[in-house]
Design a protein around this ligand. Structure first.
Ligand code: TEU
Length: 537
């Protein structure tokens, strides 16, 4: 198989609202991103995944699109967008757009028509059901409460798997699919580098049968979409698929490129969830994490392609979640986590701020949170009689605003993100944790990420990182994540101490060259959160 460009890429995700504000209105924007392209170029990434920038009333921060063909005014104009694509291209960076096609905003013209005139062709763009005196069935929204809302005018319910302001599209209607493909091609013709496809596993739903994810026509629709759009361009596509396992990943990311380049398989992310609700969590069991990655690495080898990620705009910050964000260990822990992920086979994704080890946040008052999912959960659990402290603990641990507090550029007011009032409060630790401070430190997380990216994209280890096999390493210790990568007669051993205890290694280090180390020295005592990449001599 010939190598695809996206198999050698490193992606950086930007949540535009929180990246850089160029106007002083407290909201990040496209010109702000353009002003940071040199920073990203220095880091070494070559793809930006941009969370949605389309017109939106922002009930879910842009994941509710009212017009796929225009830009949210707070973020700028289509000219700004074109400039971003062009300026990024000058630096060898491609822009991946976020395609939210499972649902639209209730302010999209299609939905407005559907409501205004139940006989219009747009009625069947959505999913309406007769009111027989109660909700059509027990389906609930991901953001809590019934997934059905009554349209009083026609006395029919419509389906929304997210907020009531995000009505689900009916993909079984061919006209819907064709309109979506047209829009995808319109963007691809602008020269973007691909798409991340929001909750794409939900599009073939059969709500009457309580089927939401993985409907029977799912892979047919994806194949059709790919044939009519992506296959005509050389692009990266990544599906967001919470319901995927390895078998499904093989279909989605089949190397024949009939579907996507890759998916986000969240199996590792779900390992600390206790029960059905994301808000109930337990400690991570490292052996489960190792086994999860081993399977994904080995079973997709030569068949599909992995994405590699710890973070995104929906997830808590990894250094706080599974690492150690205390001042003594934050650098070691963040770099150890990064090492073990970035040396695997797949395409790595870095979420804004991860490269400087940004952490979770704890706001005292629920009023300081903005995320609709968090606020709904708070209300529901208060009604159910949960203690406020327990609810806040869940928010601190799992809430989406952990990832969404504005980016820390420097130690000035509001971390240099805005000269206005930020739309979401900043993490107060920005005086210590910010780009300038990090880069000036002899323990720079940014510089470590830069090295990891350079190893993958430009070094002599490029082939082994991209194509090498993956096998479990020799250390056999509950606190250590270690694995081999091998290609031809080259072998590297990746060792990451996941905890703060020191560990005696029974390796003869004189047999190895040290490719990477997050400490100054390496000997047979593996230090707290020490990460080593060793090459067999
Ligand atoms: O997320 C999919 C989704 O199901 C989320 O609700 C996710 O499960 C949860 O936040 C993590 O626990 C996508 C987007 O990434 C998210 O930002 C959107 O809110 C959602 O779709 C609706 O478009």
């Amino acid at each position: 198989m010939s190598t695809k460009w996206w198999q050698e890429a490193v992606v950086y995700q930007i949540y535009p609202r929180s990246y850089m504000d160029s106007t002083g209105n407290g909201i990040g924007d496209i010109q702000g991103i353009i002003s940071k392209l040199d920073y990203l170029n220095e880091l070494g990434i070559n793809v930006i995944w941009l969370s949605p920038v389309y017109a939106s009333p922002n009930y879910d921060n842009g994941y509710d699109i009212s017009d796929y063909y225009s830009i949210m005014p707070e973020f700028g104009t289509m000219e700004d967008m074109d400039e971003l694509i062009e300026e990024a291209d000058k630096r060898g960076i491609k822009i991946i757009m976020d395609l939210v096609a499972n649902h639209t905003s209730f302010e999209h013209d299609w939905f407005k028509e559907a409501i205004k005139d139940p006989n219009s062709k747009y009625r069947d763009y959505y999913i309406f059901r007769e009111n027989k005196g109660d909700y059509p069935n027990e389906l609930i929204s991901t953001f809590l409460g019934p997934a059905w809302t009554l349209d009083k005018k026609s006395n029919e319910y419509y389906l929304h798997l997210f907020t009531p302001e995000q009505p689900d599209l009916n993909w079984h209607n061919e006209a819907v699919r064709q309109d979506i493909y047209k829009m995808i091609n319109w963007w691809l013709d602008k020269g973007i580098g691909g798409f991340r496809l929001d909750v794409i596993d939900l599009i073939a739903k059969h709500p009457d049968d309580l089927i939401t994810a993985d409907g029977p026509e799912l892979h047919d629709y994806i194949k059709e979409m790919t044939k009519e759009t992506f296959s005509k361009y050389d692009v990266l596509t990544v599906g967001e698929t919470w319901s995927a396992d390895i078998e499904k990943a093989k279909l989605y990311s089949n190397l024949d490129e009939s579907e996507f380049s890759m998916i986000f398989n969240f199996s590792h992310i779900l390992l600390d969830q206790k029960g059905d609700e994301k808000w109930d969590y337990k400690d991570l069991d490292l052996s489960e994490l190792k086994e999860d990655f081993r399977k994904k690495q080995q079973e997709l080898y030569g068949i599909g392609w992995n994405s590699l990620f710890w973070n995104n705009h929906d997830l808590p910050r990894i250094v706080s979640r599974w690492g150690n964000d205390s001042p003594d260990y934050r650098y070691y822990s963040a770099t150890s986590l990064a090492t073990l992920l970035h040396l695997m086979q797949g395409t790595p994704y870095i979420y804004q701020g991860e490269e400087i080890g940004m952490t979770n946040v704890k706001f005292e008052r629920i009023e300081d949170y903005q995320d609709v999912e968090t606020i709904n959960m708070y209300r529901e659990r208060i009604e159910k009689g949960y203690a406020v402290e327990d609810i806040m603990d869940s928010i601190y641990k799992i809430g989406r605003d952990n990832a969404r507090t504005p980016m820390h550029w420097n130690a000035d007011d509001n971390a240099g993100f805005t000269v206005g009032n930020p739309w979401l409060k900043l993490n107060p630790n920005y005086k210590d944790i910010n780009v300038i401070a990090d880069k000036n430190s002899d323990k720079s997380i940014f510089k470590f990420y830069k090295k990891l990216i350079e190893l993958r994209r430009f070094s002599d280890y490029k082939d082994i990182i991209r194509d090498g096999t993956y096998t479990v390493g020799p250390i056999n210790n509950d606190n250590v994540f270690d694995y081999y990568r091998r290609i031809d007669d080259q072998e590297i051993l990746v060792i990451s101490n996941f905890y703060d205890t020191e560990i005696e290694l029974e390796l003869d280090l004189s047999n190895y060259n040290i490719v990477l180390n997050n400490y100054k020295e390496a000997n047979n005592t593996l230090k707290a959160y020490q990460a080593l990449v060793l090459e067999k001599k």
